[in-house]
Write a protein that binds this ligand. Structure first.
Ligand code: NDP
Length: 249
């Protein structure tokens, strides 16, 4: 995959979790490459800051303040894009929560359900509503944010790890369903990144030792390129390469 910035002029990109962290900087990168960005999150202040930055740089954005537990609201995004544009070129399913770092036996039911609702059901609901719109594009690109936790399944990371394993499996199924069309679907493992989520997971860690989300976003950007050929793979940001999911022997 080339590191060259893609030409996204005239393309439409939807990014969830665009109010801060990796999603914010990826939305900014996509807009800087010419895409009209539809930015989704709950925090209006973060979305407005993004909008200001995009517009100052000469780009365009549409803000969608939405809680991704509002499943009917997710469905409405698909309908609205269909009415206004008739297609979607890039989807970044990036929004996610950590829940809690705790032994599985100590996790409260409401916390487990929230992690699954936002990370898994919300992502599926988004896939369902944008699937026909991405198929209508001449070069639809779907980027699903996963985590190394999906594979390492470390002690105390159970709910989050399970949710990320689920979204990765969904992305692979979707890639297989669409392999004979222009749509390309890949998961991303961004690696440890200096964001609010990472600080919640590792409170003792010095954030200065971690890459800034803008650096991580710049490495993910080529997955949105119309020239991308890979599908059904996991892009490892730290290693800067794609890996294929291996069935355990
Ligand atoms: P942040 O916590 O910095 O940002 C999370 C984003 O998700 C925010 O924009 C937040 O917006 C949005 N979000 C959370 N809950 C909801 C909700 N209910 N409805 C709508 N939007 C929501 O996280 P990161 O940038 O670190 O993480 C981005 C992705 O990368 C996640 O999927 C995460 O699992 C993954 N990841 C991150 C790693 C890291 O080290 N940072 C490592 C591996 C994977 P708002 O609160 O405004 O709604």
């Amino acid at each position: 995959m080339t590191d060259k910035k893609p030409d996204l002029k005239g393309r439409l990109a939807l990014v969830t979790g665009a109010s801060r962290g990796i999603g914010y900087f990826l939305a900014k990168e996509l807009a800087a490459c010419g895409a009209h960005v539809i930015a989704v999150a709950r925090t209006v202040g973060g979305l407005e800051e993004l909008d200001d930055e995009i517009k100052t740089a000469g780009g365009e954005a549409t803000l969608v303040p939405l809680d991704l537990t509002d499943m009917a609201g997710i469905d409405r995004i698909g309908g609205a894009i269909h009415e206004r544009w008739g297609k979607l070129d890039i989807m970044v399913a990036n929004a996610g929560i950590l829940g809690v770092i705790a032994p599985l036996g100590h996790v409260e039911a409401k916390v487990f359900e929230k992690v699954m609702n936002i990370n898994v059901t919300g992502t599926w609901r988004l896939i369902r509503t944008v699937d026909p719109l991405l198929r209508a594009s001449d070069a639809g690109r779907a980027i699903v944010m996963s985590s190394g936790a999906a594979h390492s399944a470390r002690a105390f990371w159970g709910p989050y790890a399970a949710s990320k394993a689920a979204v990765e499996a969904m992305a692979r199924s979707w890639a297989d369903e669409t392999k004979n069309m222009p749509l390309r679907v890949n998961s991303v493992n961004p690696g440890a990144t200096r964001t609010a989520m990472r600080a919640q997971a590792m409170p003792g860690e010095d954030p200065a030792t971690l890459p800034h989300p803008s650096e991580v976003a710049a490495k993910i950007l080529p997955l949105a390129s119309p020239e991308l050929t890979e599908t059904g793979l996991i892009f490892d940001v730290k290693k800067n390469h794609f890996t294929r999911y291996q069935m355990p022997q």
